[in-house]
Design a protein around this ligand. Structure first.
Ligand SMILES: NC(=O)c1ccc[n+]([C@@H]2O[C@H](COP(=O)([O-])OP(=O)(O)OC[C@H]3O[C@@H](n4cnc5c(N)ncnc54)[C@H](OP(=O)(O)O)[C@@H]3O)[C@@H](O)[C@H]2O)c1
Length: 347
């Protein structure tokens, strides 16, 4: 495989050359364009190169990628922050959210056919979707909702994290009072809407600039984490925490006895039991069936996807940099290749 190591994404003067190369569609037969990291490190480790189109297993599908959703895990993996938890084989293609069409499928796959529009959250121990093609276990895939491919690409990882935290780990019930920390982020924007759909009383936390956004998602109350006094909050049945950190210490006392703090980032300290409450961190496990329910809510108009910015494929570094700022409203998207008008088949 020929590595175009000079095509480092962080060298803007090379970008026009890369664009021209892509426009000429000069990818060798059986090869695809992909962005890979060959070792952990900074943004300069994202390398644009020609890579062999991956083979599929009997229970897998090959997705022609339209768009990849950017998530904080993309740059956490690149920096090696998760190396004690996940074993990665280099070179690695990042990007564990995808929307695209089925290009091929294994002999055991009966649910999908060629040209079906699909979306999925991918196994983070395998190659991701900063590439023209990606292979996924068919059990993790769902038919895409009827929204723009770029919007659908931002759904699977974040919305499934919100769903799993609220309903599978937390067992949220109607009329329960829940505080959602990080309500304007990728996971939080879905969590606010899903908790409201489930009939909960939702209090979201964000900074001043995002208060209107979180209200527009249906939150009953929105607190500014930089100004408002959280200690006045009482009678919470659940806290869904996508922020973590030291401030978590002050949250236990806000919960009713028997209440639960569910975290996407971890539990600091072991004070929960002293308050008669539980703290639980979890890792999202993708499920095509769960994702299909989420697609149904989007199609029904009950769940919106908030997009912060769409970047072209050549700007993966800029997209990760924006995610790393911690200031994302909703989702950041990498558009890998534009869907052709006749690409999509209705299911
Ligand atoms: N366990 C899992 O399986 C799993 C799955 C998905 C994500 N995660 C993790 O969950 C975390 C959140 O993911 P994400 O995609 O939602 O991230 P994100 O989109 O980058 O979140 C950014 C948002 O967080 C808000 N925020 C920052 N500090 C805050 C605070 N102290 N209080 C309230 N809001 C605050 C920001 O609002 P302002 O700009 O207003 O500050 C911004 O809108 C990440 O660490 C991610 O790695 C874990």
């Amino acid at each position: 495989m020929e590595k175009t190591s000079s095509d480092t994404l962080m060298e803007p003067e090379l970008m026009p050359a890369l664009k021209e190369q892509r426009q000429k569609k000069n990818t060798p037969f059986g090869m695809m364009k992909a962005i890979r990291i060959h070792e952990y490190g900074g943004l300069e480790k994202l390398i644009y190169e020609d890579v062999r189109i991956p083979d599929i297993g009997p229970d897998e599908v090959l997705i022609k990628v339209n768009a990849s959703g950017i998530n904080p895990i993309d740059w956490k993996v690149r920096e090696g922050q998760l190396k004690e938890m996940v074993t990665h084989k280099f070179p690695l293609i990042p990007g564990w959210d995808v929307e695209g069409i089925i290009a091929d499928y294994g002999v055991l796959v009966t649910r999908f056919a060629k040209n079906d529009a699909v979306f999925a959250s991918l196994d983070i121990s395998r190659n991701g979707s900063y590439a023209e093609y990606v292979v996924v276990k068919s059990k993790d895939v769902a038919f895409a909702p009827g929204i723009l491919p770029q919007s659908a690409a931002g759904v699977a990882l974040a919305a499934q994290t919100a769903w799993m935290g609220l309903f599978e780990e937390g067992r949220l019930k109607p009329n329960q009072r829940i505080l959602i920390r990080g309500a304007s982020g990728g996971v939080g924007t879905f969590a606010v809407q899903l908790a409201k759909i489930a009939g909960a009383y939702v209090i979201g936390s964000t900074s001043e600039v995002n208060i209107e956004l979180v209200k527009s998602l249906g939150a009953d109350e929105v607190l500014d984490y930089k100004k408002d006094d959280f200690s006045k909050l009482r009678n919470l049945d659940m806290i869904f925490d996508t922020v973590g950190g030291e401030t978590q210490t002050h949250l236990w006392q806000l919960l009713n006895r028997g209440g639960m703090l569910i975290s996407t980032v971890g539990i600091s300290g072991n004070e929960a039991s002293g308050y008669g409450v539980t703290g639980k961190a979890f890792k999202m496990i993708p499920s095509g069936a769960r994702l299909q329910d989420i697609a149904g809510l989007i199609d029904r108009g009950a769940l919106r996807v908030i997009i912060e910015k769409i970047f072209p494929f050549s700007e993966a570094g800029k997209a990760q940099k924006l995610s790393q700022s911690g200031k994302t409203r909703g989702k950041i998207i990498l558009e890998v290749q534009k869907r052709q008008a006749n690409d999509r088949k209705k299911h």
